[in-house]
Design a protein around this ligand. Structure first.
Ligand code: SF4
Length: 351
């Protein structure tokens, strides 16, 4: 099956970094952007599974990018939005693809004992996600409380949380810096915690979802380390993945490179894309940082963009782009090159 997400033009930009539009505007790309190795591997595994001609079930969104998920669905994959319902929907002889985020441990065990033959599970869980699982398991088995920093409800965070709660005597899930501050300084428990009565007696280990903001997870670690109600050892595991870290560092560099406006491209439910948007707003005024789901957000007279802080869509006049001489583009680990290529075409049309 041919890779529909590739673009030779974007590949060339990965080496060159910028291009000039016909109207003289310059479009700048960061040093690192787009699909990471884990996503590429997951996409290749799913494409390979579809070639076998069986019914292929996708256990949750493959990655958090609607154009990638839709392409696979149009080409025969069946999306099971609620993986715990798979046993009512599928046959044990079907093929099941575990996305890059992994699955909760209980569901994985249930699936492994149900699928026949067992080889029909295609596991695309990223090695860096498995590394977080191992860190949580080791800490828990050594008697440490495990604090998970990640977005509650996100597939990856749920897969980590299921392992932390299986192995650790006490667990805490911190979704935001505010929750971490309230927890560390005022002993205000977040909504998801197990055995809080043990927390002041145990050492704490912090693990994080691979795609959180590096700076934020460092701030969470500092808060926990200096928490007055915690007397035992504290270990930060530092489980932000290298691809996320590289994209965040490169994004900051680009935002400081005299860009008049920054376009952040990707799925609105993508953690790593949202973090790139948040980083951009620390450098440029928020009205000059626009989160676009895809090229269709640009029309001849408006820019339709998403605000992750309010969770709302809004429109800005296209003049905002036309009056910019340097346009920076940020794309997280779940954004395909094909989407960036289409965006360049839209910039030419609307410029
Ligand atoms: S962002 Fe990191 S953890 Fe997620 S798939 Fe890519 S490499 Fe793996």
């Amino acid at each position: 099956m041919q890779n529909p997400f590739h673009s030779p033009r974007i590949d060339a930009l990965r080496k060159g970094g910028s291009m000039e539009l016909p109207n003289g505007q310059r479009v700048l790309f960061p040093r690192a952007f787009g699909f990471c190795g884990g996503v590429r591997h997951a996409v290749d595994l799913l494409a390979g599974a579809l070639e076998k001609g069986r019914c292929v079930w996708l256990l949750g969104a493959m990655i958090h990018n609607p154009s990638v998920n839709s392409w696979f669905i149009q080409n025969g994959a069946v999306l099971c939005d609620e993986p715990s319902r798979i046993f009512d929907l599928a046959q044990p002889q079907d093929v099941f693809v575990v996305p890059a985020f992994g699955l909760p441990v209980g569901l994985t065990e249930q699936l492994e004992s149900w699928v026949q033959p067992p080889g029909r599970i295609v596991d695309a869980t990223c090695a860096f996600v498995q590394h977080v699982w191992a860190a949580a398991q080791t800490a828990g088995c050594n008697g440490s409380a495990v604090v998970v920093h990640g977005k509650s409800g996100h597939q990856e965070t749920e897969s980590i949380w299921s392992r932390a709660t299986l192995f650790a005597p006490a667990c805490v899930l911190l979704s935001t810096l505010e929750e971490a501050r309230a927890f560390a300084k005022q002993r205000i428990l977040p909504p998801r915690v197990t055995h809080p009565e043990l927390l002041d007696k145990l050492p704490w280990t912090l693990v994080n979802q691979t795609t959180v903001l590096s700076q934020e997870t460092l701030a969470v670690a500092e808060l926990l380390d200096s928490s007055p109600w915690h007397q035992a050892a504290f270990t930060p595991s530092g489980t932000v993945c290298p691809a996320t870290r590289a994209r965040q560092e490169a994004a900051l560099e680009l935002c400081h490179a005299a860009c008049d406006v920054i376009l952040v491209i990707g799925g609105t439910d993508s953690s790593n894309t949202t973090q790139l948007y948040r980083l951009a707003t620390t450098v440029l005024p928020p009205e000059r940082c626009l989160f676009l789901e895809d090229e269709h957000c640009l029309t001849i007279d408006t820019i339709r963009h998403y605000n992750p802080t309010t969770g709302k869509w809004q429109c800005s006049p296209i003049q905002l782009l036309r009056s910019s001489s340097q346009i920076g583009i940020l794309a997280g680990a779940s954004c395909p090159d094909s989407s960036l290529d289409a965006l360049l075409n839209s910039l030419v049309v609307s410029g």
